[in-house]
Design a binder for this molecule. Structure first.
Ligand code: R5P
Length: 314
């Protein structure tokens, strides 16, 4: 595409948007967000975007609803400002865990988010590690899903002796995804069978499939929200003879007291990405943050130039 490329950083994670721009050798396109006394939002694009190829970076993070509305209004503003193509860049996708109708009379909210983005005027979506594969099928517009596994595995291979590690999926849902890590790291896997009662944030581990005895258990999950799953998996693998525990996760949601709970738990390190902003009070000593900005910049460059993004999965 010979049109100008423009990157807009919404209020959710301006640092990630700036880092993406740095990799692309460009500046953020200026915008102004106004909150009126009635709490309505106004977004103004402060430079010409006519016929431009625009990427709006806005992962889902607190305040979640405000972030979604701001993104939709930004996309609508861009459409009315005659942008040629608008890509919603959502490194952490909103409501991704609401991906099925698993109880009566509930919304499949991730599907609703996909519909809203399209209705607002998004032409494409760029995201990372969706909670489940079916979410990608919720879009009728092109949706590219990047993977953090190459970045996290590169960190592990260059900073760890992995000769005594075993990968542990913290629940059965993660057991397929963990294959990505196992192939790259050439490690065996174990799976914790976790059960949750309704909306209870305390998951209960019931069975361990595989062997962790005497090994360093490297727990893998797509996201850590309350930390309940990780802490329960940690307890369970130690009870089953693991020597120690490390953890790796893509989306550090770290809601409520999760960071403090993980700080106090027998987990020696937690490696995450920056798909979401991590406030300073949640940056506990054992946390290592690897940036996805370079990978998103490469994907944006490829999309802009009409090139394949599949080679980014290596
Ligand atoms: C669940 O299916 C996910 O893979 C994560 O394990 C879950 O979202 C983590 O949530 P929490 O930290 O609240 O247990």
């Amino acid at each position: 595409m010979s049109r100008d490329i423009k990157i807009i950083g919404g209020s959710a994670h301006p640092q990630l948007a700036r880092n993406i721009c740095r990799h692309l050798g460009t500046e953020l396109c200026p915008t102004r967000v106004v909150r009126f006394s009635n709490e309505n939002l106004m977004v103004q694009i402060e430079e010409n975007v006519r016929e431009a190829d625009v990427f709006v970076v806005q992962p889902s993070c607190p305040p979640v609803s405000d972030g979604i509305v701001e993104l939709l209004i930004t996309i609508d503003a861009l459409r009315h400002a005659s942008a040629a193509r608008i890509t919603a860049v959502l490194p952490y996708f909103p409501y991704a865990r609401s991906d099925k109708k698993d109880r009566p009379r509930i919304s499949i909210s991730a599907r609703l988010m996909a519909d809203l983005l399209e209705t607002a005027g998004a032409d494409r979506v760029l995201t990372m590690d969706l909670h489940s594969p079916q979410v990608q099928g919720f879009f009728r517009i092109p949706a590219d899903q990047l993977q953090a596994a190459p970045i996290l595995c590169d960190y592990l291979t260059s900073h760890r002796d992995l000769s005594n590690h075993v990968l542990v999926a913290s629940d059965v849902g993660e057991s397929k995804e963990i294959g990505n890590y196992a192939n790259r790291l050439n490690l065996p896997i174990s799976i914790v069978d976790k059960r949750r009662e309704g909306d209870d944030e305390n998951a209960h581990a019931t069975t361990l499939i595989g062997d962790v005895e005497g090994r360093v258990a490297l727990i893998v999950d797509d996201e850590i929200a309350s930390g309940g799953t990780l802490i329960e998996a940690t307890r369970f693998v130690l009870e089953n003879g693991a020597q120690s525990v490390e953890a790796v996760c893509v989306h550090p949601v770290l809601s409520g007291k999760a960071a403090a709970r993980i700080a106090a738990a027998p987990i020696s390190s937690l490696i995450v990405t920056d798909t979401l902003p991590i406030p300073s009070e949640k940056r506990i000593d054992k946390l290592q943050v690897e940036s996805v900005a370079g990978l998103f910049a490469q994907a944006i460059h490829a999309i802009h130039h009409g090139e394949s993004v599949s080679n980014l999965f290596r």
